[in-house]
Design a protein around this ligand. Structure first.
Ligand code: AMP
Length: 192
């Protein structure tokens, strides 16, 4: 099974993807994780995207499509969870083409629906938790970058909800529940 987890920053995509990896032997493809890794290891691409990411803006379609293309060439027996990708319509088209090239298809797009107030609280909470644990918070987990990230989401990513709805691939679930309740709602969609 290949699925997309769709939702704004802080909706719980990463948390739910990690659960699916444990439970279903799927492979999580998070472009955010890949980009943070490139940034912290100081590759040429990482240096190029660092300031853009810290500000909360989207990096170019070309870069993230390239990252995904590399990963799709590998083994994918349990299927892929796309987490934080696609984030634009051109990325969605590119994903469809890449999957087709590998003889694969998209099985479901799960939208984690949450409201903005809860989101801001979660992200500010995530930064505070990191600080309390003596870890460094994500450079983009601050109020200013968060506003930009939300705006990027509504302008560029939220049109994907309509796009996948029209394709008949979309299932929306309530992302505001407890982690396990959201996980079982996702399972319900995948086992349908
Ligand atoms: P995330 O961890 O998914 O919240 O991603 C963190 C940051 O990485 C985003 O704010 C963007 O700057 C960048 N990023 C991650 N995925 C994408 C994507 N699919 N398209 C463009 N930029 C992305």
């Amino acid at each position: 099974m290949n699925i997309i987890l769709l939702g704004p920053p802080g909706a719980g995509k990463g948390t739910q993807a990690a659960k699916l990896v444990d439970q279903r032997n799927m492979i999580q493809l998070s472009t955010g994780d890949m980009l943070r890794e490139a940034k912290s290891s100081g590759t040429e691409m990482g240096n190029k995207v660092a300031a853009i990411m810290d500000a909360g803006q989207l990096v170019t379609d070309e870069i993230v499509i390239g990252l995904i293309e590399e990963k799709l060439a590998g083994d994918h027996a349990g299927g892929f969870i796309f987490d934080g990708f696609p984030r634009t319509l051109p990325q969605a088209d590119a994903l469809a083409a890449l999957l087709a090239k590998h003889g694969a298809a998209l099985d479901a797009v799960v939208e984690l629906a949450v409201n903005d107030e809860v989101l801001v609280g979660r992200i500010v909470g995530r930064a505070e938790e990191a600080r309390a644990a003596g870890k460094t918070a994500r450079a983009d987990d601050n109020e200013e970058s968060l506003k930009v990230r939300l705006m990027e989401y509504y302008k560029k990513t939220s049109p994907l909800i309509g796009y996948y709805y029209a394709k008949g691939d979309l299932s929306s679930i309530d992302g505001l529940g407890e982690i396990d309740a959201v996980a079982s709602a996702i399972s319900g969609v995948l086992d349908k």
